[in-house]
Design a protein around this ligand. Sequence first.
Ligand code: PLP
Length: 436
Amino acid sequence: MQLYSTNNLSSRVSFKDAVFNSMPQDKGLYMPVTIPRLDDKFLNNLDQYTLPEIAFHVAKHLIGDDIPDADLKAIVYDAISFLAPVVKLEENIYVLELWHGPSLAFKDFGARFMSRVMSYFLEKGEKQLNVLVATSGDTGGAVALGFLGVPDTRVTILYPKDKVSEVQELQLTTNGQNIRAVEIDGTFDDCQALVKQAFTDNELNEKFRLTSANSINIARLIPQTFYYFNAYAQLLKQGVSKIIFSVPSGNFGNIGAGLLAWKMGLPVEHFIAATNVNDTVPEYLKSGVYQPKPSIATLSNAMDVGDPSNWVRIADLFKDDMGDLKDLVTGYRYDDEETLAAIKFINDDYNYVACPHTAIAWQALRDWQQDNYKPDKAGVFLSTAHPCKFPDVFPKNIAVKIDVPEQVEELEKKKKQATALGKDFEGFKRYLLEKG
Ligand SMILES: *Cc1c(COP(=O)(O)O)cnc(C)c1O
């Protein structure tokens, strides 16, 4: 697999290089030079394969010879060790539950696959890999649990004090082993600034092999294509073959992976980009003007992104004809009041509890179906996290219905372990140098 930077179409790097340096020097993002179209025999018979089988087939065609088949298979089967079921809620409305992994959010797909790929590419005798990651909530948990126990890696997670939910904080701070948490007296932006500065610090780079685990890494994007193919497979089994996906979007990695799957031949009829009031992309799809904005805090906080990083990847996929993109993708945006109304509606109508991000995707699907009703098309909205991760969002009568998974009950018995630091770089640097 060769990759280029979206800012320099003639540049070339290997998969390994793109994995260890998430972002090209020119600040573009890596994209595969060739996006293979999967054969019709595979696509027409998807319903005969399991999720790990599909994942291996897709990964093998994208990654090619960079990882031999037997090794790639081992990585995929170890990483994708949980299901992504499609559940029917009513005629033509299905939910794709992506939160059956260890951190209870879809980011487990990306983080688990990336951690194993990184560990695979580390050569014998090389320095241990020091992964730095800033999180506003879900990324940290997925990365922590994704790297937990992975040999020759050490992960440092920075999170803003008092700004993540209780379950999220426990997922970050109770792991031990090769995972440590740093609680920063500041905002998510402060955490991110500290990580960025660490990457440019000569002394730290000499002493450690630093790498980032952020969402723009190509090894996080690839595994997110797997569940689109697998969702299609599950619907084929039920005799449904015309599908629309509605994706709750923030940094646009998830829907970007869906569009990549479509490019590889997955016959999706339409995509919906569902956002909260951070609506840069829905606005672009309407007006043709891409106008990034400062992010606004909402109830669906994992989507509070005013300038989605993965957008350049989507623009790159459609660089030959942005008109195709507008035909394939429709944007919708909702404020917090509408999000709460959607949560209540889903509870009342289906007796189902959806997290705020998921509820936005459901509402967008409903609105799209109202505007474009086609009785033979099934809508699938992606459920990106388990509702127990956002307990404060729900009214009491709904909150009491959320069943708390066993792994969360286990977490609640453990003790939080985090180092408290200020937002100054010198303090953080001293911590890294002392603790190794
Ligand atoms: C990260 C996240 C999103 C947004 O996904 P992107 O790939 O950034 O668009 C949506 N919902 C939840 C629960 C998330 O954690």
